[in-house]
Design a protein around this ligand. Structure first.
Ligand code: ADP
Ligand code: MG
Length: 138
């Protein structure tokens, strides 16, 4: 994938409020292509595995409850420099800057509308969590 794919998720707060289309518009407007996409939801086991790196942190149980509370959209996005450009587009975990997707759509640090991979290595792991490699690698 050579650094041009990243994994995005539209989280349950944003799907419930009807922000899915507006958020996809932000991604496409920023030059990302949609390589694979799925409207689905996670069960407890899946959410605990997806966020396994955060197990033991004070926010972990609430995060799993939140992420299993409704529908999500799992998306493989493609663009040069995808991981870094997408993280810039969505904004920081805390106090996302004006103009970012999280600044526009997040309601709190936890319910922050969108997920984004933090490295090329994790992007491949996260894309593979929701999709077969034939769906996004060619
Ligand atoms: P990011 O999603 O920006 O990569 P992290 O990987 O650190 O952030 O955390 C994963 C998710 O856990 C965040 O997107 C957010 O939903 C939640 N989270 C992280 N830190 C906190 C916190 N201090 N309080 C509540 N929720 C948090
Ligand atoms: Mg993260």
């Amino acid at each position: 994938m050579a650094g041009n794919l990243t994994f995005s998720m539209i989280k349950p707060d944003a799907t419930a409020k009807g922000y899915t289309g507006k958020i996809l518009d932000r991604f496409i407007g920023a030059g990302f292509g949609i390589r694979a996409m799925k409207w689905t939801r996670m069960n407890r086991d899946e959410a605990e595995r997806f966020y396994g790196v955060h197990k033991g942190k004070p926010f972990f149980d609430d995060l799993v409850a939140f992420m299993t509370s409704g529908n999500i959209v799992a998306i493989v996005l493609q663009k040069d420099n995808a991981v870094a450009d997408y993280r810039q587009l969505i904004g920081a975990t805390f106090d996302p800057a004006q103009g970012t997707v999280r600044h526009q759509f997040a309601e709190s640090t936890q319910c922050n509308a969108v997920h984004g991979s933090d490295s090329d290595e994790n992007a491949l792991i996260e894309c593979s969590f929701f999709f077969a490699q034939k769906d996004f690698l060619s």
